[in-house]
Design a protein around this ligand. Sequence first.
Ligand SMILES: *[C@@H]1O[C@H](CO)[C@@H](O)[C@H](O)[C@H]1NC(C)=O
Ligand SMILES: *[C@@H]1O[C@H](CO)[C@@H](O)[C@H](O)[C@H]1NC(C)=O
Ligand SMILES: *[C@@H]1O[C@H](CO)[C@@H](O)[C@H](O)[C@H]1NC(C)=O
Ligand SMILES: *[C@@H]1O[C@H](CO)[C@@H](O)[C@H](O)[C@H]1NC(C)=O
Ligand SMILES: *[C@@H]1O[C@H](CO)[C@@H](O)[C@H](O)[C@H]1NC(C)=O
Ligand SMILES: *[C@@H]1O[C@H](CO)[C@@H](O)[C@H](O)[C@H]1NC(C)=O
Ligand SMILES: *[C@@H]1O[C@H](CO)[C@@H](O)[C@H](O)[C@H]1NC(C)=O
Ligand SMILES: *[C@@H]1O[C@H](CO)[C@@H](O)[C@H](O)[C@H]1NC(C)=O
Length: 907
Amino acid sequence: MLFVHHFPSSAKKFFQNENFAALLVPPLLILLPAVHSQCIKDQQQSLLHLKKSLQFDQSSCRTPLISWNSSTDCCSWVGVTCTSNGHVVGLDLSRETISGPISGSFANFSNLRVLNLSSNTISGTVPGFFVKFSKLTSLNLSGCSLSGTFPNEIFQVPTLQTIDLSANFKLGGSLPEFPKKIGSLQSLSLSETNFSGSLPDSIGNLKMLSTIDLSNCSFHGSIPSSLFSLPLLSQLNLSHNQFSGELAFSNVSSNLVTLDLSFNNFEGQISVSIFNFRGLQSLNLSSNNFSAFPFNGPQQLKNLTNIDLSYNSLLSLYNGTDSSYSSFPQIDSLNLAANKLGTIPYFLRNQSTLSSVDLSENHIRGKIPHWIWSFDQLSNLNLSCNYLVTLEAPLLDSKVKTVDLHSNQLHGQIPTFLPSAIYLDYSRNNFNSIPSNIGDFLTNTLFFSLSSNNLHGLIPASICIYASNLQILNLSNNSLSGMIPQCLTAMRDLSVLNLARNNLTGSVSNIEVTEDSSLQILEIGGNQLRGKVPKSLAKCTILEVLNIGNNNITDSFPCLLKNISTLRVLILRSNNFYGGTECLNTNGTWSELQIIDLAHNNFSGEIQGILWRTWQKMMDTKNGSLLKTVPTKRNVGSHTKRKLSLVALESPEATNALSCNRLGGPSCRDNSNAISPLEYSVSVIVTSKGFEMELVKILSIFTLIDFSSNNFSGPIPKGMGELKSLRVLNLSRNAFTGEIPSSFGNMRVLESLDLSQNKLSGHIPPQLVKLTYLASLNLSYNQLIGRIPTGNQFSTFPNDSFTGNKGLSGYPLTVDNKAGFPPPPTVNGRPPNSGHHREVNWDLIIVEIGFTFGFGVAVGSLVLCKRWSKWYYKAMYNILLKIFPQLEERIGIHRRHVYINQRWWRR
Ligand SMILES: *[C@@H]1O[C@H](CO)[C@@H](O)[C@H](O)[C@H]1NC(C)=O
Ligand SMILES: *[C@@H]1O[C@H](CO)[C@@H](O)[C@H](O)[C@H]1NC(C)=O
Ligand SMILES: *[C@@H]1O[C@H](CO)[C@@H](O)[C@H](O)[C@H]1NC(C)=O
Ligand SMILES: *[C@@H]1O[C@H](CO)[C@@H](O)[C@H](O)[C@H]1NC(C)=O
Ligand SMILES: *[C@@H]1O[C@H](CO)[C@@H](O)[C@H](O)[C@H]1NC(C)=O
Ligand SMILES: *[C@@H]1O[C@H](CO)[C@@H](O)[C@H](O)[C@H]1NC(C)=O
Ligand SMILES: *[C@@H]1O[C@H](CO)[C@@H](O)[C@H](O)[C@H]1NC(C)=O
Ligand SMILES: *[C@@H]1O[C@H](CO)[C@@H](O)[C@H](O)[C@H]1NC(C)=O
């Protein structure tokens, strides 16, 4: 096998077959056993018969079935393995683009030892004839989109050594009793299937079992203790099921290396007998309901490196310095997140090889001790979401790389003693000042967040001078004052700059951006900035989000942004913008635009097609309501591009390209593992020094146009109906005239339409009845006439939706309502909320959705902890529901796939 790597990878497959010698060049033949064989005629017939019965992609170069051709020896066909006397004993048809159900022609091969059909889109049920395959040792049907009930007698085929049925989400069944005599099964994988029931005690008869993977199924009941005494068992994964009860480890197998029981309903105290697994390396008991773990027991476990006990109910371990805890084995990684610990476990003090410690979401009070920084190998420390108040500096320089202290009660000055840190999150504390030399200590830092503290004073310019690696800087939601240091926006590697909701003053006209700016997200909304939109922003050629809303900027429409083709979100709300919105001297397009909010300015004039005709994103219909995406978990080599990369996986095509790439990447699964469209569409991934985080998720369905409260006039252009992916349209409180375009009936996913308080006339176009997603409609205070259309959603709109139109009649308007309305009441010069649709407060939404649904600059779910998340998730969910009343329904559909969010609900 020494020679294998001289061949292209496509050739490697041949080597797995007994006939590979036939394919080798003569010199190598000498080195290899001669197992050349001639295919038996009737075997060839059966194979050709089989080929004929299969549906596969004839044109794909990836389909070795093409090589099955009667003019050659069938033992030389790709995927076929013969014995030396020409009997077919192995079929490997994995990744062959086969579709359709498992062909009955397979029944002809009852002498098969190995059958591999993995990674095809086979679908349908598993036929029972495999039970008669009396020599079968290996059956692999993973990733085949199979469904129905698996004939469980197949598990009892006595020769079977490996069974892999994983990743068939709709395939169900249960495990049968295993009689004493059948003992050859070594590997059993049913992960990501719908198998259910409980595990039979007789599983203990499968004495050869070494690997069991039943993760992500629907098993329940308690674990039979016979499982733990299987003598050869080394890998046991029962995660993501509904197993329950207490664990008992008597008479255990000493070979177990990895044990994963996470995401079940186990409870009680974990007995010290768990340490009878002497060879254990990795222990994952996360997300159960365990109440205690024997931290004083396991000195014998020399190989233990990873312990994950997160998301349980472990109470404070102890409060003193009990010496029995010093015997705890030296481990690499300890995760105790989301328990009920009251102190930092003292046994940590005796650890020397720790590289990762997660104690987030506990009830730890008091101070962060100096010794926690001093583990030699420590690279990640997460103490977020506790009640820590003070912080002791380390005695020696700490080498820790990622430090997450967000959501505590730390106060005083931002610390400056972690010069090696790449990731520093101090957000949501009570820090009140930033030392002016902070930049000196950020020379390695990529991510720095001080958001939501109580910071006063100026933004130190030392940040731009010394923190030259910074990619994400978040100072939002403080009370910082003074001007934005010019050098800040000029930092070449900075991708995300969030200064929103401070007390910054001065003019933004002169903000400088460098030629090769990396800025992707710039948020300076919610300050007291004045001046004009800085000209140099035109150099931000990869800008995606610009929020300058809620300031005092006085300018005309920023046409200089038109050439930024990547722009997705533009928020100019509540400033003093004036004039028209057309840009004549540019051919630039905003094909990616999802959100444009110009509300509460002094824009005027007619709105014409030029403004939006290129907003491709809002016109796309193919993904109108549901986008399917795959999570991006990539392995990034060290020292890859030191740049934030925005990864967009919006179209189903892109998804397929990724999940089923030509080089044989992950399997061509069906799409049911796709993530809800709510969760994700764009993520910012920091890739640097092998360190990767997913930071921002933009809500892909969020498409919105808000031009309300300006002085726009003239007709609403008919062409607007082309925005077929638009979900929220608000043109209220302007001076639009003419009729409501009947083309609005084309905006099929529109959920909220507000045209109130204009001078619109004519009839309500009956085409609006086609808008079945429409949950909020406000046409009040116009000059509309005629009967209100009926049908679909229209029967659900209240009176308020139509009031103030003298000429309107019909349900839901009562006769009394027909004439003579007082003008709409106002609050502080603005009308109160009308209809269902509340005003969108971007300052709130953009950050808070960022936390929950992942919209905006806020640093994704990393920043959340239970006690915040519960509150946020509910609060934001309510806000979102007001904007997208159909949201609940849509989440419902995808509930199975949003378990990350569900986890926040759990407690
Ligand atoms: C079999 O392969 C040969 C050469 O690759 C080709 O010429 C012939 O047409 C093929 N026969 C069939 C039946 O496909
Ligand atoms: C293979 O099985 C099919 C039934 O699926 C049968 O019609 C055919 O004759 C068999 N071929 C051979 C060579 O046994
Ligand atoms: C089946 O095919 C898959 C994909 O090519 C491969 O990873 C796996 O090792 C094969 N299994 C067996 C038992 O041959
Ligand atoms: C620990 O790991 C080593 C190396 O993998 C292995 O040789 C040894 O048997 C293991 N110890 C136990 C108790 O299993
Ligand atoms: C430690 O716990 C013991 C009993 O659980 C209690 O009596 C003692 O006061 C505690 N000590 C501290 C320092 O909290
Ligand atoms: C904002 O700055 C103004 C003066 O520039 C000051 O009067 C006000 O108190 C500041 N507000 C906050 C919240 O710090
Ligand atoms: C906004 O700026 C204008 C001048 O550009 C100024 O007259 C006005 O007072 C400012 N408003 C606020 C609230 O600062
Ligand atoms: C826009 O495109 C037209 C033709 O494609 C070209 O003549 C014109 O110069 C372009 N205008 C600008 C401002 O680039």
